[in-house]
Design a protein around this ligand. Structure first.
Ligand code: SIN
Ligand code: MN
Length: 228
């Protein structure tokens, strides 16, 4: 028996204050199960669609849970797709989000109040990319929890001032967790490329990459009642 042969290396790596990468955080059976859920989500009521940013279609396709995102706002109905209300945010994903914060060192008293209510589920084909941007359509600055399944990508994680240097390019593989909160919550980030053919067979996704980011929107349905 060799040392460390009982599983992937799961040591978290900090990319500066507030940003943590945990390789191989999801087990393969968890990845497969999530891929099965993804296949259900894409069957409706709102299908995968490429959002338009300033008139240009993104190369990434997205389906949302809890709240529907379109640039630069959230709503319950996918008004820019088919007008249908999006699927509810699943309880298991709230639990998974809390587990992510526990494993990246957030204090229990913060995690108790962490209740993500929107997920953007992105699908990348071989050619898809995502330009550098900030996640700033939320009214809450609670951490963003990101999960990757399928082909690996090069993820660029930058600074909070602009799209340029300094940034770090890292590879996000199937099963990896990335959390950005606190001083890193408004950091620019993007996906510069997908690495086709790198998904492990057992992850359940034959081709492409799924990324789920869960967020707390800070929105309530009764917007006139004020937003916390
Ligand atoms: C995003 O920024 O919304 C997605 C990031 C990723 O695909 O890893
Ligand atoms: Mn983002």
């Amino acid at each position: 028996m060799t040392l460390f042969d009982d599983g992937p290396f799961r040591e978290p790596t900090d990319l500066g204050p507030g940003a943590t990468h945990v390789p191989a955080w999801l087990a393969l059976d968890e990845q497969r199960w999530i891929v099965g859920q993804f296949q259900k989500w894409t069957r409706g009521p709102v299908p995968l669609r490429a959002a338009k940013v300033r008139g240009h279609e993104m190369s990434v396709q997205t389906v949302c849970l809890g709240w529907h995102w379109r640039p630069y706002t959230y709503s319950r109905e996918a008004t820019d797709v088919n007008g249908q209300r999006v699927l509810p945010f699943p309880d298991w994903m709230i639990r998974l989000g809390r587990r992510a914060l526990t494993d990246t060192g957030y204090p229990p008293e913060m995690i108790e109040h962490y209740s993500p209510d929107a997920a953007l589920v992105n699908f990348y084909d071989d050619a898809a990319r995502m330009g550098m941007h900030q996640d700033k359509d939320e009214q809450s600055l609670a951490p963003v929890v990101s999960l990757s399944i399928g082909d690996a990508c090069t993820f660029r994680f930058g600074n909070s001032e602009n799209r340029g240097q300094p940034y770090t390019d890292l590879r996000l593989n199937s099963g990896d967790l990335f959390v950005f909160g606190g001083p890193a919550r408004l950091a620019f980030h993007g996906v510069t490329r997908i690495h086709p053919g790198t998904a492990p067979d057992a992850c359940g996704l034959g081709k492409g990459r799924i990324n789920i980011t869960m967020r707390m929107t800070g929105l309530s349905d009764d917007r006139s009642a004020g937003i916390g």
